[in-house]
Design a protein around this ligand. Structure first.
Ligand SMILES: CC(C)(COP(=O)(O)OP(=O)(O)OC[C@H]1O[C@@H](n2cnc3c(N)ncnc32)[C@H](O)[C@@H]1OP(=O)(O)O)[C@@H](O)C(=O)NCCC(=O)NCCS
Length: 167
């Protein structure tokens, strides 16, 4: 198994993984559209020994309170059913966070299981007065600080790219 940054040849494998992981085409189409529009900040893949994509995490820019602040949203995250429970999601997320940190990004937000992402170092975004536009997400919307000063004077609505509104 290999964890690495996405390259163009991975696109069909990522598409297929997202379709079977989420049982529909929404997430696959989202990643396709973000990539087409140059809005995929980073994609991290896990591949098996044959080079097939078995895991994926995507990162794209978000605005905070209407401003670009070098923050990104992590979504979607998926691991092939046959490979779950082996720490692959953890490795994908950590690889993504490490790379974004090196590139100088300030923070990463995500929407999902607090139990899962809490184990990966995310905290409730509401603790920092940060929210997203989807209702009843106070516990599910989470943030991971990369830069020490990321939260200084920053709060309010975190907005993903408009492609997320079609999910
Ligand atoms: C969610 C998903 C990505 C997890 O992948 P995975 O490779 O099995 O996760 P990992 O093995 O790296 O687990 C990391 C940690 O989170 C925990 N965890 C994994 N899935 C979890 C879940 N659904 N709920 C709560 N905790 C979870 C694990 O126990 C592990 O913690 P530990 O190391 O302290 O034991 C995978 O189940 C999946 O693709 N699901 C379908 C798509 C999906 O729902 N994506 C998430 C959208 S928010």
């Amino acid at each position: 198994m290999l964890i690495r940054v996405e390259i163009p040849i991975d696109a069909p494998g990522i598409d297929a993984l997202l379709r079977r992981s989420f049982g529909g085409e929404g997430e696959a189409r989202l990643v396709h559209d973000l990539r087409e529009d140059g809005m995929l900040t980073l994609g991290v893949v896990a591949t098996d020994d044959e080079g097939q994509v078995i895991g994926y995490a995507a990162f794209s820019p978000v605005a905070v309170d209407g401003e670009e602040r070098q923050w990104v949203g992590m979504a979607p995250v998926a691991v092939d059913e046959n490979y779950r429970g082996q720490g692959i999601a953890r490795q994908l997320v950590y690889e993504g966070l490490d790379s974004l940190n090196e590139f100088g990004y300030a923070a990463v937000v995500t929407l999902g299981e607090p139990e899962l992402y809490g184990r990966l170092g995310f905290e409730r975004a509401a603790l920092y007065d940060l929210r997203c536009r989807w209702p009843d997400t106070e516990n599910a919307f989470q943030v991971h600080r990369l830069a020490d000063e990321a939260f200084d004077g920053v709060s309010g609505l975190v907005e993903y790219h408009e492609h997320f509104n079609r999910l």
